[in-house]
Design a protein around this ligand. Sequence first.
Ligand code: NDP
Length: 299
Amino acid sequence: MLPDYFTLVNGQKVPSVGLGTWQLEGGKGYSAIKHALQNGYKMLDCAFAYYNQEVVGRAIKDSGIAREEIFLVDKLANTWHSAAEKNLELTLKSLGVEYLDLWLMHWPSPLNHHGNDPKTPKLADGSVDFEKDWDYVKTWKSMVELHRNYPEKLKSIGVANFGVKELEAIIEATGVVPVVNQVELHPSCNQQQLFKFCGDHGIQLVAYSPLGSIGSPLLQNEDLAGIAAKNGVTIPQCLISWGVANGWPVIPRSTSFERIDQNLQLVELSKDDLFEITRIGSQNKHRFVTAPWHSFAEI
Ligand code: NDP
């Protein structure tokens, strides 16, 4: 049986499937989020940098679902590393909630808070404008302190897009292990070294872009289509179920009510099918999410 929840080291229960909210904006985004909450989704993955938090907040409120029924994840934005407390306040205000279940450092990449762009500030030569005299270890220290000082606002803290090197650095500096590391995870990017390190340190991996994001070639793969047809489901359902079977929560995003509903219906794949999906991915290695402010160690 595939689990409905994964339990973090601190005892928090994270639903196996949540709704990603990147690009869920305006009326369409609002309807998608509200529909998901009213039809069984118990986790929302949000971020300050998605600039849609009022929409998310309104959808939560109008869904009629009690706040404590939702595992709400949000992320500290790159341009706010040196002003983490203010970013947390703004996040809670725009979402219209009293607390987050999980707050993640979105990237280990502090960018200039006073730069020429709130998302990706650039220097005159076009290169990324990083925050001077700051680093992600300092940011993690701020998050640890905020978690200690405001446990009623932050149930737990974690990171995203961290590799082994960055995880080692923050753990060594603070002794505080993030409960979650949210990274790109699907058959074409299954990050085996990171998986082992996180397993050894009690860090729960969470799979973002589990379908391979926009225009994913995985959704056109004929071998995957064969496995999906054999099991009477779709490729996205196979990919989401493969992730949960491997031991991590997944956060697919869709604007379509039908696909939102479909993505919540997991399928118990045989060991052979799971192995075959892993094999297909390993022959088509690819990372879909890249960023000019970070270079990844593995895919
Ligand atoms: P996904 O892997 O979830 O893929 C989304 C795409 O797949 C959309 O184009 C969607 O189109 C389509 N889709 C969804 N369900 C189905 C289905 N059943 N059948 C066919 N097509 C489908 O991509 P994301 O990159 O959005 O990742 C998911 C979430 O992960 C994000 O929304 C965000 O919350 C998080 N994330 C976090 C990052 C980080 O840095 N921490 C980075 C990237 C993502 P349609 O809407 O038309 O259905």
